[in-house]
Ligand binder design. Sequence first.
Ligand code: HEC
Ligand code: HEC
Length: 359
Amino acid sequence: MRITKFIAISCLLASTVAGGLLFQAGAAENDSQKRIGYGRGGRMQGGGVSERSKEPIQPIPITFDDNRAKTDLGLKLFFEPRLSKSGWISCNSCHNLATGGADNLPTSIGHKWLFGPINAPTVLNSKFNLAQFWDGRASNLKEQAKGPIANPMEMASNHELAVNVLQTIPEYVKWFKEVYGEGKITIDNVADAIAAFEETLTTPNSRFDWWLKDYDDKISESELQGYALFKEKGCIGCHNGFGVGGSDYQKLGVVKPYSKDVQTLGRYHVTKKESDKFVFKVPLLRNIELTAPYFHDASTWSLSEAVNIMAEYQLGTTLTKDETGNIVAFLKALTGDQPSVIFPILPPSSESTPKPNRN
Ligand code: HEC
Ligand code: HEC
């Protein structure tokens, strides 16, 4: 209990400090608040600085693509099944942008209908993660994107084959040349374009973000109470920032050992430190109502149950039915505008394009 409180308080402090830094970064306070996404220039109607800009959760900034040619190429590659050995699986198969950027399965189905070992997190807002994967083994989106293409249980191709496929399709050669200035396609550039597209997959304008921007009527009393509880009980210590998570690694089972999955060791796989056993990247809670089942082991389909598990294992407390209901209501107010993606039309293969192989 004490440890959790300490973690919670120190995280809270850290995030307040980080918020403060962001705050002071711009030349004028007003400018920097705009940069981090506050409406009305971070000011209340009366002219004072909004108290809500100091909240430990920040509204998702509304950003614009700065390299349209690159993000368009990344969009095509994200939907490109020919990057897989079978010619059937794309990033979108498991990170379906029609269903919250996830597959809503306990574990994903990959090459030859193989089931993966862990629940697929959403790609939405993944740019706000301090690193990628549950154990943080990829330091950024570009590094991450190379993984699934060559993972035998996912797309089961290899980098050479994937690049060969693209290289035999004249339109891709042209697009890569336009974006990267060279006709020779490399896996680095493939990953770079996919990552650039993923950077655009943010979900601003959730009702809670509007409240953070001082629009009082956007959320209900129950949602607001849920947010107050989320802070009071200590959830905020781990789930904070733009993504309401993603900024830290934490143990699953801080106050009570989590016994449902003792196989998956999380961060320990990366650092080999005993203290990192069962430590996971704190997941983003943005759009959480869209991405059941929950936890790395998909141990529950119910958001209420997920909240109760957190209270029990992370905070050593039991919530009343009303408290759980209010927190769930608050979490649902975190669903933002889903990226409006125009389904891409992909160019045809040429005669020399390697054929799909389902074995
Ligand atoms: C067969 C299903 C499958 C396919 C195909 C797939 N992924 Fe994933 N993705 C997963 C799973 C499962 C994880 C979690 C793995 C882990 O953490 O060990 C994951 C993790 C991620 C993450 C990290 C998110 C986070 O919060 O840590 C990103 C980003 C991502 N995938 C992007 C992609 C991209 C880009 C592609 C296409 C090149 C792709 N994925 C293809 C299943 C898939
Ligand atoms: C000590 C840090 C910590 C605290 C406190 C904490 N969480 Fe979590 N939360 C985590 C971690 C780590 C995970 C990922 C666990 C896993 O699946 O391995 C997680 C997962 C979740 C998930 C599932 C996310 C998903 O995508 O599957 C929800 C929902 C959640 N937390 C809500 C809450 C709520 C509500 C509270 C307060 C009652 C809370 N958390 C308190 C660290 C924390």
